[in-house]
Design a protein around this ligand. Sequence first.
Ligand code: PMP
Length: 405
Amino acid sequence: MSFDVAAIRKEFPILSQTVDGKPLVYLDNGATTQKPQVVIDSLVNFYTQCNANVHRGAHQLSDEATRRYEKARDQVATFINAAHRNEVIWTSGTTEGINLVAKGLAQQLEAGDEVVVTEMEHHANLVTWQQACLQSGATLRVAPIFDNGELDLDTFKASLGPNTRMVAFPHVSNALGTVNPVKELTAMAKAYGALVLVDGAQGIAHGDVDVQALGCDFYAFSGHKVFGPTGIGVLWGKQSVLEDWPVWLTGGEMIADVTYQSATWGALPNRLEAGTPNIAGAIGLGTALDWFSNLDIAAVQAHEKALIDAAMTQAADIQGMRLIGTAPNKIGILSFVMDNAHPADIGFILDRQGIAIRTGDNCAQPLMHRLGINGTARASFSLYNTLEEVSAFFAGLRKAQTMLG
Ligand code: PMP
């Protein structure tokens, strides 16, 4: 199979838009990815053909909705190579997945216990653990990074110990693009018997995630970062760990027996999925993952590498541009600051040229402070971006520099 970026682009209707008369150059894929027509169709089909609540099976629409919804769970399980379909818990996104785990663990943590995160966390994987520690009296340890955005593995290892209960880190940093050695970090944590949660928000769309091979206990991701809809995500957890995981949301769907005085919980996956789920979203995500799986992943990765390599090369020619995040193992995220130009102004001027990037603290304020900056401008690439768009971005940046300089 080969990778034909022009053909891929045709599958994404939004990419042919113009913004103020300029062709849209969408370089904010770290924030959310665009959706191929098949995903959009699957949402429309669901609402036009079989919208009904799931697992209430008194009629045919509900049966069909349930069939499609549960098929999507299988599609996720296949995509991430889960050992069992009931290890796939639907959430609203990465944030909720991490909260599900942290709120559960907070019920068990005690003073003296330790949770380890890294300096490169998104707020979703920092504030959540910070609050779990504050509530329980446990200690939060923050493993440092080097100035290039790479995790300091020796100090990470030294941050672990017999009191470590949970180690949580990103697969890929949204602010730096750093790809963490998940297997290696997990093995270090497992040497102390700690649980491991991987924040997969940025990792899921850039490679072949195999949760069994990674060896972690939890992997959380959002549908919208992998060509699926917003408002749907997945928490994958090892069955042996999830089975007894304390519930944090109670209500319909997740119970076995209920009296006015007490209740017992149902079996996985429903026991961790209280309330009516995002049915259309789950179906859309299943479609997105199938669509993605049908691509030649090695060719996709090679294309994305060509994009970031071209960007890094062209960045070297821009005077006064400083890249934030230059770890040797990084994917298509180009965060930067420029002399005499505030990120927000850069973003504004690029937007006037149809070029969409992210500006600000990247939902990682402590990381920005650690790096001695308030925020960055960030271009993030996806498989449908082209080398021409990379060049258009740098042309736009030069223009911004001239206007602001
Ligand atoms: N972690 C990382 C590394 C992210 O990039 C994001 C999204 N920017 C999140 C967590 C949170 O994802 P969501 O907002 O979809 O829950």
